[in-house]
Design a protein around this ligand. Structure first.
Ligand code: GLC
Length: 666
């Protein structure tokens, strides 16, 4: 390892080419021996294809690797891990690889629809999953994200985000064999399995953590330890707390560290989640081996948990550091060499400026994650719904950079986490709103304390010191469905359902992969049963992580019920979406100018499609917008709408209250 130098593109390329030339003949021989001729040809083609994306980032992270005698130690070691994984890859997964190599951008197809569920809450145990696949097929789902399922620490575990064994499944839901069988059952249906990879931290009970504590030299520097408060205080001066009310600070005193002398260990999240030190290449190698092993069990999509936090730098927020992107690029390149069917989804709940780079959108495109959560769209939907005003959404979404053509947004209305009001001050002021007052309003509105609010959510991590808070609550509770049901108010219920459908009509037509969050297809209410479990009771995010309600599901075909109506809408959104080439993720969305502040309108087009236009009205009352300037609207027909064909009178499109419409060229 040498000194880290900043290099120009051509210099990076020249160094990578030279390293590849040194490494390739040896690897070629080993590959042929390990994989046989035909597979070795494939592996080497992938090595050639991805080497630049591996070599540059590794040198940026860990310094020059060619050493005095040109040994390429680290890169050689990592490529061999990829080769070993390629050799272990089961035949049926190699078949998936072949198909994905033919259609590498499969996730961009409009037929892709995701569903997100906790295994235990959705179907009890993994071996019961096949019985639920018809249900998912009814919804048009082609991608299933099973929430954290690797073996967590006992007791409190942050919803499974504190893993003590990445090679075992949580025994309460099954075994690794069950997981492989579930992945197979999904593949047979043309569905892909997505699983969380918690890679910023391990549980303190993980064997790496234990070996590190015990002073095992192989695990030296796997975590961070500071003997006094000097460095922790210096870092904390610029770090914001993730869980200010339950886990303030980013360090936890561990008496058994440093041979019993004790140390402050880096714990960004809860005290039992110990941050890994990626400045140590052995950590990178250990995590890579884990990912490759899991990919060979049949996981196709890794949800890269909490990626922004993976690199620390004094004087910064310790988020979104350039090295985080180097780590992702290098890991991505290596996984693509071994298991080309695999893709990454970034969980980076950060500002729009910081988000696009996780999709490889840097000054130069550098392949990184194929998918990333469109947190900004999600936040803007809830903000627009509360204010009945789309101007802030238009302002902030318009400012976002275009994403690389190979990638896609994961668009969503709700997920298992709270909603944090990522409203930038610049955007709020640009529409004339005080950012602080607006965020406060959103919290009051969704917590249900604002006068006349229809929402029944709750504040999460309310921090009286900073005035910051976030929101928990199910989609139905936040849309007013729960409150209307409580009061038996039919008109309010109708409005609540229209809000719920409207939000999904955006996420299914924005472009990208819509993710449906378990229970929302049935408009399930908040689930307060978590209060009875002491390990969960303190974390109100559990209120929107409901248990599958079989009785509610049984009503899904009855259009006279709320469940039937909402389920039917979600089905239609998925069905219509799959027939619309403009919704292919490689198309581009463009926000359209409208003369009514309640309306969000956008146009999409893919090189193989005609135009697609969507309009949504966040107001409860009917509005109209001038569409005379929108070229070609006349050739567009209504393909789906809350209220029948779009009426255009005197050049003005008429939108009923809380209505949406999708239009497309025939
Ligand atoms: C992610 C998860 C969240 C968890 C955190 C720590 O943000 O979505 O639920 O608390 O990571 O792993």
């Amino acid at each position: 390892m040498g000194v880290i130098t900043l290099r120009s593109d051509s210099e990076r390329r020249r160094r990578a080419t030279a390293a590849l030339q040194r490494l390739r003949p040896v690897v070629a021989e080993e590959a042929e021996h390990e994989l046989g001729r035909a597979e070795a040809v494939g592996f080497l083609a992938r090595l050639d294809l991805w080497f630049l994306d591996l070599h540059g980032p590794l040198e940026a992270l860990y310094g020059d690797d060619d050493g005095p005698d040109g040994q390429d130690v680290l890169v050689g070691r990592l490529v061999r891990l990829a080769l070993a994984a390629a050799a272990d890859r089961p035949t049926e997964l190699r078949e998936t690889d072949r198909r994905r190599e033919v259609e590498p951008r499969w996730y961009q197809e409009p037929r892709t629809v995701g569903y997100v569920a906790y295994t235990d809450r959705f179907c009890g145990t993994l071996d019961a999953l096949p019985k639920r696949l018809d249900y998912l097929s009814e919804l048009g789902v082609s991608y299933l994200h099973l929430m954290p399922l690797l073996k967590p620490r006992p007791g409190e575990n942050d919803g499974g985000y504190a893993v003590m064994d990445y090679r075992a499944v949580d025994p309460r839901i099954g075994t690794m064999d069950d997981l492989e069988a579930a992945a197979r059952a999904l593949r047979e249906r043309g569905m892909s399995l997505c699983v969380d990879l918690v890679l910023n931290h391990t549980a303190r009970e993980h064997p790496w953590a234990k070996a590190w504590l015990a002073g095992d030299p192989a695990y030296a520097d796997f975590y961070f330890a500071f003997h006094d408060r000097n460095m922790p205080d210096a870092y904390e001066a610029t770090i914001s707390d993730v869980f200010p009310d339950r886990a303030p600070g980013s360090f936890t005193w561990v008496g058994t560290a440093r041979g019993g002398r004790g140390a402050w260990v880096w714990t960004t999240f809860f005290g039992y989640q110990w941050d890994l030190n990626y400045a140590n290449p052995n950590v990178f190698a250990a995590v890579l081996e884990t990912v490759l092993w899991l990919a060979n069990r049949g996981i196709e999509i890794f949800r890269m948990d909490a990626v922004p936090f993976m690199w620390k730098r004094l004087g910064t927020s310790c988020m979104n550091q350039p090295e985080v992107h180097d780590l992702m690029q290098a890991m991505h390149a290596l996984v693509k060499m071994a298991a080309p069917a695999t893709i990454f989804k970034a969980e980076a709940i950060v500002s729009p400026e910081d988000l696009v780079p996780y999709l490889g959108g840097h000054a130069r495109y550098r392949p990184e994650c194929e998918l990333a959560y469109h947190n900004q769209l999600m936040v803007m939907l809830w903000s627009s719904l509360a204010t009945r005003d789309a101007r802030l959404a238009v302002q902030s979404l318009r400012r976002m950079a275009t994403i690389p053509v190979d990638t896609a947004w994961a668009t969503y209305v709700r997920c298992h986490d709270d909603i944090g009001w990522a409203v930038s001050d610049t955007d709020a002021w640009a529409v004339g709103w005080s950012p602080v007052a607006h965020r406060r309003f959103l919290n009051d509105f969704y917590a249900g304390t604002y006068p006349m609010s229809h929402a029944r959510g709750a504040l999460f991590q309310d921090d009286p010191e900073t005035g910051d808070a976030r929101i928990s609550g199910s989609c139905a509770a936040l849309c007013g469905i729960s409150e209307a049901r409580e009061r038996g108010d039919e008109a309010a219920l109708e409005a609540g359902i229209r809000r719920h459908v409207l939000l999904h009509a955006v996420t299914f037509a924005w472009g990208g992969v819509p993710l449906l969050y378990m229970g929302d297809e049935l408009a399930l209410d908040n689930d307060l049963s978590y209060l009875d479990d002491p390990a969960l009771a303190e974390d109100n995010r559990w209120m929107h992580r409901p248990w599958f309600d079989a009785e509610a599901a049984a009503r899904r075909d009855d259009p006279a019920t709320v469940e039937g109506r909402v389920f039917g809408w979600i089905q239609r959104l998925a069905q219509v979406r799959r027939e619309l080439p403009a919704l292919h993720a490689a198309g581009e969305s463009e926000l359209l100018a409208v003369d009514d502040p309640h309306v969000l309108a956008w146009r999409r087009r893919h090189p193989r499609s005609g135009h697609f236009v969507a309009l949504v009205n966040f107001a409860d009352h009917p509005v109209s917008v001038d569409v005379r300037a929108w070229e070609g609207l006349g050739e567009l027909g209504t393909v789906l709408s809350a209220d029948g064909d779009l009426q255009v009178d005197d050049g003005r499109a008429q939108l009923p209250g809380l209505g949406f419409v999708w239009l497309a060229e025939a």
